[in-house]
Ligand binder design. Structure first.
Ligand SMILES: Nc1ncnc2c1ncn2[C@@H]1O[C@H](COP(=O)(O)OP(=O)(O)OP(=O)(O)O)[C@@H](O)[C@H]1O
Length: 383
């Protein structure tokens, strides 16, 4: 059974639709991420869950109870806001952490025990008497986490908690958020516009765009079988390469095989797709090629290289990451592809250098350019 169910939530602001029939469920002890670009509806759905905004239709069920009509204070939800985290600057750290407990009328020794306990857990015991204004950004953030941890609520919400944090501090804060989530043994929602952050904390992620849930899935599902072109582009850095073209079938020794004829090359498609393509007769298609499905063929033995489609490319640029390099390749007259390569040194890559690369046919995706929908994915036929 799911602990939180958001069911058919729709919200208009005037004539503009901010949320269109949003559905998702979060199970007990699960950390679920909501990811989407600016204006996709993340804040609106959070405000509806917390009771700060009313939905036009749909409902929010928490622990089996429809809470859609309850006041925010009666919903038993704690939230960590974006910086400055909703902390009260005129109170000290102790009183900020205790704030939510005082409204619940616990006795003072009970409050003190719990505040001191969470302050120890998050390493801020020595700061309890300090004013919020005299804390660093990282310390303020730990106070906000402590305030969320101290209350026994049915749901925790983290709203873009890393948005004002430098890269160095991010890993540390993510670990603390995961610690707080696990200690609570209850469901949490983590909201962000950054897919890397979502992949780091959550096992299931909902991708939101234009007020609609585009797909709910694990990291692998979103990366390798994206439900549509938006997910394929938004959830990956570098984004999935898209090749537009027409389908053409031809008989080979193994049987009928389809290829996509694009401007610069003719890309063979997996044999497993042949039946589906024949049955559907799509006029135009978009082939999605994951950046890591393009590899330098020099490093592969002859047998392994057989399952790759060979291409002659020219390096037009590259950009190094921690463990990989994005190599921008030009193929034919005008096609540019991003390849994500490992075990490659930047000093061995020169602009203008020619390279033989292979595209792993088994990892292709096929989309409908009319509505962006995934037609066929790597192992499974979706149609
Ligand atoms: N009070 C409001 N009145 C009118 N329109 C609103 C209101 N609140 C949000 N919207 C609109 O609803 C849509 C969704 O906004 P929302 O703030 O939920 O997006 P978001 O994904 O949280 O964006 P961001 O990441 O920039 O915070 C946007 O088009 C926004 O302009």
């Amino acid at each position: 059974m799911y602990t939180l169910e958001v069911s058919g939530v729709t919200k208009y602001f005037g004539k503009a639709c901010a949320l269109d029939n949003v559905n998702f469920q979060v199970s007990d002890s699960e950390l679920f991420a909501l990811v989407g670009p600016s204006g996709s509806g993340k804040t609106t759905i959070l405000r509806i869950i917390c009771g700060l905004e009313t939905a036009d239709s749909g409902k929010v069920i928490l622990d089996g109870r429809n809470i859609s009509k309850l006041e925010p204070g009666a919903r038993n939800i704690s939230m960590m806001f974006q910086s400055p985290y909703g902390l009260l600057p005129f109170l000290n750290v102790f009183d900020n952490i205790a704030f939510g407990l005082k409204t619940r009328r616990l006795d003072s020794s009970g409050i003190e025990m719990r505040v001191v306990g969470v302050a120890h857990t998050l390493g801020i015991y020595h700061l309890l008497q300090r004013k919020i204004a005299h804390l660093s950004g990282g310390e303020q953030q730990r106070v906000a986490l402590a305030r969320l941890l101290v209350r026994e609520t049915a749901l925790s919400i983290f709203d873009e908690p890393l948005s004002h944090i430098d890269a160095h501090q991010r890993q540390h804060t993510l670990r603390e958020i995961l610690l707080v989530h696990r200690m609570k043994h209850r469901p949490s929602i983590y909201v962000t516009h950054d897919h890397v952050e979502a992949f780091a904390v959550a096992s299931r992620i909902a991708v939101l765009a234009n007020g609609r849930v585009q797909q709910i899935g694990t990291r692998d599902e979103l990366l390798h079988t994206p439900a549509n072109l938006f997910v394929a582009q938004f959830m990956s850095t570098p984004p999935m390469n898209l090749v537009y073209g027409y389908l053409q079938g031809a008989y080979t020794q193994e049987g009928m095989r389809f290829r996509v004829l694009s401007r610069d090359f003719s890309l063979p498609l997996p044999m497993a797709w042949t039946q589906f393509i024949q049955r559907n007769n799509w006029p135009e298609v978009v082939v999605g090629v994951r950046p890591e499905a393009i590899v330098p063929l020099g490093g592969l033995d002859a047998v392994a290289a057989k399952s790759y489609f060979r291409l002659y490319a020219e390096i037009v640029g590259h950009e190094g990451h921690e463990k990989s390099i994005t190599v921008r390749l030009k193929v034919g007259i005008a096609t540019e592809l991003n390849a994500l390569m490992y075990d490659m040194l930047p000093e061995n890559l020169r602009t203008g250098q020619r390279m033989v690369v292979g595209i792993d046919i088994a990892r292709l995706c096929l989309f409908d350019p009319r509505d962006g929908r995934l037609l066929l994915g790597p192992q499974t036929a979706v149609v």
